[in-house]
Design a protein around this ligand. Structure first.
Ligand SMILES: NC(=O)c1ccc[n+]([C@@H]2O[C@H](COP(=O)([O-])OP(=O)(O)OC[C@H]3O[C@@H](n4cnc5c(N)ncnc54)[C@H](O)[C@@H]3O)[C@@H](O)[C@H]2O)c1
Length: 382
């Protein structure tokens, strides 16, 4: 039987453009379905770069204006891999043209933009998803299954960190290709929207709604040369952000993110402490889940277990190699595409949808409000 085509239009050819293209190419081999992904068009402003990217990854055609791409009748799904300030405009246009949308995180620059995006995709009735891909690292998905089985008992604490060290140099400019993350006009915020957004999404997924937060941010380097204007300009992003908070289930949140933790490149860790069990995960050891089970009947042998999440009955792993062999960061994107397609086939959308991702956006707004006002802030609902 001929497979149904999912013809993808990719916007952006940077880090995520590559990660997603790799996933589209891999998904049919490891997660067969009734759909076949077709890499239809790649879009970048520079025609030579667009062509080189398309040739490298196997896209059939190129566009240099995303507006043209979202109007093409031969595109079913638009993938938004541009800096954050373009997510809303592209998503609104794609929804108006009836396209399915896979949008990179954070959903938007702020919750007001996010609400417009949710309204647009829901009005158009188009499938939508946000690339909070850490949910689909097998050890993290296993944590979710254990939490959903109720094995943690009452949860007391959720703590997470995302640490990097690449912006310590004061001479590093802001803005433009590769450095848009330091430019508030393109990024919307600093480590909060870039890094904490991942931690918040995972935490809401595992531990439920965050209802209030109290945050502190710092911009260590106050001015940087701007690549687009050639002038030294004020830095508007948060270089570091720490917040505490309360979840609806009564547990306490403790989060930290910075790009000034010398020696750390991408240290994302989280830990949940429940009455009966604690779980710990570390991106640097991504195929392991650390579990302490207080209900272990062997009381003398009780202790932290390091579970190598590579067995055939672990999430996603039955579709890969043989038990004991690990997969990498890139696979989380492949799993996300596989689940997106599953959602198309079952008619039951797989999260995080735009509406799910709006919750993270509302937490981000509350964090920045709290840091500014130096007060506790309630997270807006919806
Ligand atoms: N899920 C994750 O783990 C993860 C990781 C990194 C980045 N991201 C997100 O992905 C998005 C892109 O980040 P990145 O690291 O790939 O950035 P990047 O700088 O590597 O790539 C951005 C791309 O967007 C293109 N672009 C910019 N303006 C454009 C326009 N008007 N038309 C077409 N293309 C345009 C750039 O040329 C570039 O190819 C951001 O929203 C970021 O937050 C997510």
């Amino acid at each position: 039987m001929a497979k149904k085509q999912l013809r993808v239009g990719m916007i952006g050819y940077g880090f995520m453009g590559r990660a997603h293209s790799n996933a589209y190419r891999q998904v049919g081999q490891f997660f067969p379905s009734d759909h076949q992904v077709v890499l239809k068009a790649a879009c970048a402003r520079d025609p030579d770069k667009a062509r080189a990217f398309a040739d490298q990854w196997g896209y059939e055609s190129v566009e240099t204006d995303w507006r043209k791409l979202v109007e093409r009748p031969d595109i079913d799904a638009v993938d938004i891999c541009t800096p954050n300030n373009l997510h809303k405009e592209i998503a609104l246009a794609a929804a108006a043209n009836g396209k399915a949308i896979l949008c990179e995180k954070p959903l938007a620059m702020n919750a007001a933009e996010g609400r417009e995006m949710v309204a647009a995709v829901e009005k158009a009735g188009v499938p939508n998803m946000v690339w909070y891909n850490y949910r689909r690292i097998p050890a993290v998905t296993l944590a979710k299954r254990i939490v959903d089985e109720g094995r943690l008992g009452k949860v007391f604490h959720y703590r997470a960190k995302f640490l990097q060290d690449w912006t310590i140099k004061a001479e590093l400019p802001q803005g433009g290709q590769g450095l848009w993350r330091l430019d508030v006009a393109a990024a919307g915020s600093g480590v909060s929207g870039d890094l904490l957004a991942h931690c918040i999404d995972t935490s809401i997924w595992l531990n439920g709604r965050l209802e209030s937060v109290c945050a502190m941010t710092e911009t260590f380097v106050k001015e940087r040369m701007h690549n687009l204007t050639g002038k030294v300009e004020k830095v508007g992003i948060d270089d570091a952000c720490t917040f505490i908070g309360r979840y609806e289930n009564g547990s306490l949140a403790n989060f930290e993110s910075t790009r000034y933790a010398r020696g750390h490149k991408a240290l994302y860790t989280f830990e949940i402490n429940g009455e009966d069990m604690s779980l710990f995960w570390d991106l640097h050891d991504l195929h392991r889940l650390q579990i302490f089970d207080y209900k272990d009947p062997d009381a003398r042998g009780r202790g932290w277990k390091s579970v190598h999440v590579t067995d055939g009955d672990h999430p996603y792993m039955g579709n890969w190699w043989v038990p004991g062999l690990s997969i990498g960061y890139d696979a989380s994107f492949t799993h996300q595409v596989a689940d997106f397609i599953k959602g198309l086939e079952t008619g039951k959308p797989e999260g995080p949808t735009f509406r799910d991702a709006l919750e993270t956006q509302s937490v981000l707004d509350a964090i920045l409000d709290s840091a500014k006002s130096q007060k506790w802030v309630n997270v807006a609902k919806g």
